[in-house]
Write a new protein. Structure first.
Length: 255
C-alpha cells in the first residue's frame, strides 16, 4: 500500500516479542500484525521505542522487517524505525528498510551532548539522500534530549522532499501541532503518539492520526472514525471513558 493511497489514521506500534531463550518470536510478530488488521488500523510501525529497537542486534533487524512487511501484505502500511546515532548509520538503516518494502521510515534525532540544528539537519539529510519513501520525523525530546522547534521542523519539511510527516511526542502536543501546521503551511502530516493520551485534542488541532502501541487500537480507530464523520460528541465520550486506562498503560514502571 502506498502512502498516497492512505496514510492518515491509526498506526499500531508493534512491540518486539521474544521467546524464552531471548530470540525474536516471528510467529508472534505475525499475530500482532494481524491484530492491527482486525482492529482496522491504517498501518503498523516496527522497530520504534515500543519495539525496543535499542535492544536488538543489527542482524536481528532485517528478519523482523521482512516478517512485518510480509504479514502486512497490501492492506497495512509499514513504517520502520531507523533512528541511529549518526547520519551514516541512519542512511544504512533507511536503505535496508526501503529495500525490504517499507512504506515509510521513522527517525528520531541522534542523541547529542550539545544538540545543534546544523548537525540534526545533516543527520536527516543523510536519510534524504538514500530514500525514495517518506520520512516520519520523530519529535521525542524525552528520549533524545533534542528539542525540535516548529520553525526547524518547517525547514526540514521544506528542504528535504521526503520529510513529509512528523510524529509529535513533545507535550503539550496540541499546542505544538498548531505551531507545526502553521510553520509548514499545513503541508506536513502530523501524528500524535505518547500512548494516545492526547488523541482527541490532537485530532481536533489538525493531526492526521496517531502512532501508538495502546493495547486496544480498535478504540483509537473508533475515535478517529467518529471525528472524521464530525461526530465530535461521540468521539469525545469514547476517548474520555477510556482515558484512565490509556494514562495508566502509558505510565512508567507498571510492567
Amino acid at each position: 500500500m502506498s502512502v498516497e493511497q492512505n496514510f492518515h489514521g491509526i498506526h499500531f506500534m508493534l512491540p518486539t516479542p521474544f521467546d524464552q531463550n531471548g530470540d525474536v518470536d516471528a510467529s508472534s510478530i505475525k499475530s500482532l500484525v494481524n491484530g492491527a488488521r482486525i482492529a482496522k488500523c491504517t498501518g503498523v510501525v516496527t522497530l520504534g521505542v515500543m519495539g525496543e529497537a535499542h535492544r536488538l542486534t543489527d542482524s536481528e533487524r532485517g528478519p523482523i522487517i521482512d516478517t512485518v512487511v510480509k504479514a502486512a501484505g497490501d492492506d497495512l502500511t509499514v513504517t520502520v524505525g531507523v533512528s541511529a546515532e549518526s547520519g551514516h548509520s541512519l542512511a544504512a538503516r533507511t536503505r535496508e528498510a526501503q529495500s525490504a518494502g517499507a512504506t515509510a521510515v521513522m527517525a528520531a534525532p541522534a542523541k547529542m551532548t550539545k544538540p545543534n540544528s546544523t548537525s540534526t539537519f545533516g543527520y536527516y539529510e543523510a536519510a534524504q539522500e538514500i530514500t525514495e519513501i517518506p520520512i516520519v520525523i520523530q519529535d521525542l525530546p524525552e528520549q533524545t534530549g533534542v528539542h525540535l522547534h516548529p520553525e526547524f521542523i518547517g525547514k526540514l519539511h521544506e528542504e528535504l522532499p521526503d520529510a513529509k510527516y512528523l510524529k509529535l511526542e513533545d507535550p503539550p502536543t496540541p499546542q505544538k501541532i498548531t505551531s507545526v501546521i502553521e510553520a509548514t503551511a499545513g503541508r506536513m502530516g502530523v501524528f500524535g503518539g505518547l500512548g494516545g493520551a492526547f488523541l482527541f485534542e490532537e485530532l481536533r488541532r489538525g493531526a492526521i492520526g496517531t502512532m501508538t502501541g495502546f493495547a486496544y487500537p480498535e478504540v483509537l480507530v473508533s475515535i478517529y472514525n467518529y471525528l472524521m464523520k464530525n461526530d465530535i460528541e461521540r468521539a469525545r465520550n469514547i476517548f474520555y471513558s477510556w482515558l484512565p486506562l490509556i494514562r495508566y498503560e502509558n505510565s512508567a514502571g507498571i510492567g
